[in-house]
Design a protein around this ligand. Structure first.
Ligand SMILES: [Zn+2]
Length: 365
């Protein structure tokens, strides 16, 4: 029987918590990670009604995109909807797990789902993040090089885009002189040794440092393993905000709006004045995306599908791009399908449900 931690660990392989924004509060908000999972309820928001639904569906794990606890709580006495929701979850032994900006920031996450709904191709992250990668250099005796490299690959090192097992090696000579307390694999105490070694370089996502260095040290034959770690300024093409891609065929602005409305099941779209240019390249960002408008324009997007634009921010389109503000809930509601698919594909024996509660706090008259 799977435990809560098995599911959260699995979700964090997809969307590591290291990729959440500094203001966020993703992770296990209530519940014991060692508790056995009876059923999982996936939702965009966790509200009291969703906790009631979990009780009815006999689920003891709610996986939500938005964290119900976002700021510090100083009391817990039911004076607002956040406290009421948490109290009800704890009383009913229900764990609440939030997978928020970390799921926004991975290329298989929230924005990928929107891009798929819109039928976009040639997808890439709109604003790839820097400072998420580390380079490791190490020195391995030639006959052990492949074994040590494979151990590091197994721990997540050496992935670049669609390529795995990426590394570079150059042959050279390593030198060392063990003292009389050493227990050298090669050579003798108090004698300088010269060994044919490969200098190997490879990169890995920085949050995997403990695993990668651990794998190196475990697989390397030497008592003392020499290695250097270097944080990289490179952007990571698989991690960052928003996504951009192309429609199969260019569309008129009207056709595009109709297409967005149909594919995202919308009643209303707020959009900027038409410029009568065809639309093919489209940027998307689930939730509040106005901070990406300049990036979307610079990347050549003719339309930007997102939400939560303020009045004055609509002016910034200047007829160079069409802003299509589809609503925060509407832009992210399909995230529960994404979460449900991740979990049910990997935990086939656990009942996984999508919440039927419409949690949208915004109503249209
Ligand atoms: Zn959101």
């Amino acid at each position: 029987m799977a435990k809560i931690k098995d599911i959260t660990d699995f979700l964090e392989q997809i969307a590591p918590r290291a990729y959440q924004e500094g203001y966020d509060n993703a992770g296990l908000l209530t519940g014991d990670p060692k508790m056995e999972v009876k059923g999982v309820l996936c939702t965009l928001d966790c509200t009291e009604l969703v906790v009631d639904e979990a009780v009815t569906k006999q689920c003891n794990l709610i996986v939500a995109h938005h964290p119900i606890v976002f700021k510090g709580l100083k009391q817990l006495n039911g004076k607002n909807y956040v406290e009421c929701t948490i109290i009800k979850a704890i009383k009913n032994d229900i764990a609440i797990y939030a997978i928020h900006t970390n799921l926004d920031n991975v290329h298989t996450g929230v924005n990928r789902k929107i891009a798929d709904c819109l039928g976009l191709n040639n997808l890439r992250v709109l604003a790839p993040k820097a400072d998420t990668l580390t380079k490791l250099e190490t020195f391995i005796p030639t006959q052990h090089t492949d074994e040590v490299l494979n151990a590091m690959h197994g721990a997540g090192a050496g992935h670049i885009g669609n390529y795995s097992h990426c590394s570079f090696r150059i042959l050279g000579t390593g030198t060392f002189k063990p003292n009389d307390k050493a227990n050298p694999t090669i050579g003798q105490q108090n004698q300088q040794e010269f060994v044919e070694e490969n200098k190997v370089e490879l990169i890995f996502p920085s949050h995997l440092q403990a695993q990668v260095v651990g794998a190196l040290q475990k697989a390397h034959p030497y008592e003392e393993v020499a290695y250097y770690l270097q944080p990289l300024k490179n952007t990571n093409q698989e991690v960052g905000a928003g996504m951009i891609g192309d429609l199969e065929q260019p569309m008129s602005e009207q056709d595009f709006l109709a297409h967005v409305k149909k594919s995202m099941q919308l009643n209303t779209i707020k959009y900027t004045p038409l410029s009568h240019k065809p639309i093919q390249r489209v940027a998307v960002c689930g939730g509040a995306g106005s901070f990406l408008l300049g990036t979307a324009m610079a990347a050549g997007a003719q339309a930007f599908v997102t939400s939560d634009f303020k009045y004055h921010e609509f002016f910034d389109a200047e007829e160079k791009i069409m802003i299509a503000d589809i609503g925060h809930y509407e832009s992210e509601v399909f995230t529960k399908e994404l979460l449900g698919a991740f979990i049910s594909e990997n935990f086939a024996n656990i009942a996984t449900y999508l919440s039927e509660v419409n949690t949208n706090p915004v109503k249209y008259f």
